[in-house]
Write a protein that binds this ligand. Structure first.
Ligand code: AMP
Ligand code: MG
Length: 359
């Protein structure tokens, strides 16, 4: 398959403001060109094809959510197990009406409070949602992304877009167009190549399908933020706190995607946890030791409280270390007392296959 690549880096909030609000001719020309590319991509979606597109969290690989055959093609392109459900992306919050069996007051409050934004809400699905989207579950995850390219694509496609992350299954999620190209060139119809993602980790997944709100995947939107808005306590799926992944059979995750080895670099990876200075010195010691054994060692240590930078950088760093040919990655843990730090650590521990060493 020949993959069409469209440059849509000009389609930013700032450029749209300069074009539409301030009427700058040059900005208008640049955004018009990008919007034509989006129109091409929307046509691909309408015809049942696959388009990778940027969102504020990570790049998504989209198909018409109501076209079962198109959705199945996503699994094939990613090499993704077909029981792993996808998130359906909307351009208008009210379009959730076509996907959800019923809307509760909590759902409406969350939509008003957090959409567009990095919060996916799991609700009981309507009959219109194909099983291929939900992996056969009777619920569906829905969100409205906060990204001008994603919103323009969905609006012009005229249909909700089902989209998992636009990486090969098992690889780190893509946070820049070149990651998508690397994984999916020749496997999808089109790639909308925009700017690097602002958030960098996947959306928070909140289950509302059973009444009580339960976080199934931590992300930029926090449990405390949700609890404050709803005025009630929010649970977190105990599987998220596990430190040994699939080995703990008693805690099978409710969110199907959480059970797969995820975000994994090709290199072996370990996470060092402890006081900062101790982590640094152990990191240096282990690096030297392993290099003397002939291994190529990469290290990954974010600034102590730079949680957003860690979220934005984690997947790109893992890919860069793979590309550099590292066969061992030694990473330093972030504080899990911070909600975003906790969300990043969830990905880092999975990437390391829960190979965590207390120093
Ligand atoms: P991705 O799109 O790759 O970020 O993955 C989406 C993830 O959202 C899935 O792997 C699941 O963990 C979760 N998810 C999607 N739909 C549902 C659902 N109906 N119930 C529970 N979790 C879901
Ligand atoms: Mg994914």
């Amino acid at each position: 398959m020949n993959t069409a690549i469209y440059d849509v880096r000009n389609l930013t909030e700032e450029m749209l403001e300069r074009a539409e609000v301030r009427g700058e001719a040059e900005a208008r020309r640049a955004t018009d060109t990008a919007l034509e590319a989006v129109e091409e991509a929307a046509r691909v979606i309408r015809r049942g094809g696959l388009v990778a597109f940027p969102t504020e969290t990570v790049y998504g690989l989209g198909a018409d959510a109501f076209n079962e055959a198109a959705v199945r093609r996503i699994y094939a392109a990613k090499g993704r197990p077909s029981d792993n459900p996808m998130i359906v992306h909307l351009a208008r919050a009210s379009d959730i009406g076509a996907l959800a069996a019923a809307l509760t007051p909590d759902t409406v409050r969350l939509i008003e409070g957090f959409w567009p934004g990095p919060l996916s809400i799991v609700v009981k699905k309507s009959a219109a949602v194909p099983d291929a989207v939900t992996g056969g579950l009777d619920s569906v995850a829905v969100r409205m992304p906060d990204d001008p390219v994603a919103l323009a694509l969905i609006r012009r496609a005229g249909t909700p877009i089902a989209a998992p992350s636009a990486n090969l299954s098992g690889r780190p999620s893509p946070t820049a167009a070149e990651h998508v190209l690397r994984d999916l060139d020749g496997r999808v119809d089109a790639i909308l190549a925009g700017n690097p993602c602002r958030v960098g980790i996947e959306s928070t997944v909140l289950d509302l399908s059973e009444g009580r709100p339960v976080i199934l995947r931590p992300g930029f939107v926090t449990a405390d933020g949700i609890a404050a808005l709803l005025g009630k306590s929010v649970e977190t799926d105990p599987a998220i706190f596990t430190r040994d992944g699939d080995k703990d059979a008693a805690r099978v995750p409710k969110s199907p995607g959480m059970k797969y080895r995820h975000y994994a670099p090709e290199a072996e990876m370990m996470v060092l946890e402890g006081a900062r200075e101790r982590v640094k010195s152990e990191m240096a010691r282990l690096k030297t030791l392993n290099e003397r054994l002939g291994r190529r060692v990469g290290t990954l240590l974010f600034e102590e409280k730079a949680f957003l930078e860690a979220a934005q950088g984690l997947f790109a760093e893992l890919r860069a270390l793979d590309d550099a040919g590292a066969d061992l990655i030694i990473a330093g843990a972030l504080s899990e007392d911070d909600a975003l730090g906790f969300a990043v650590m969830n990905r880092m521990m999975k990437a390391a296959g829960y190979n965590i060493i207390r120093v």
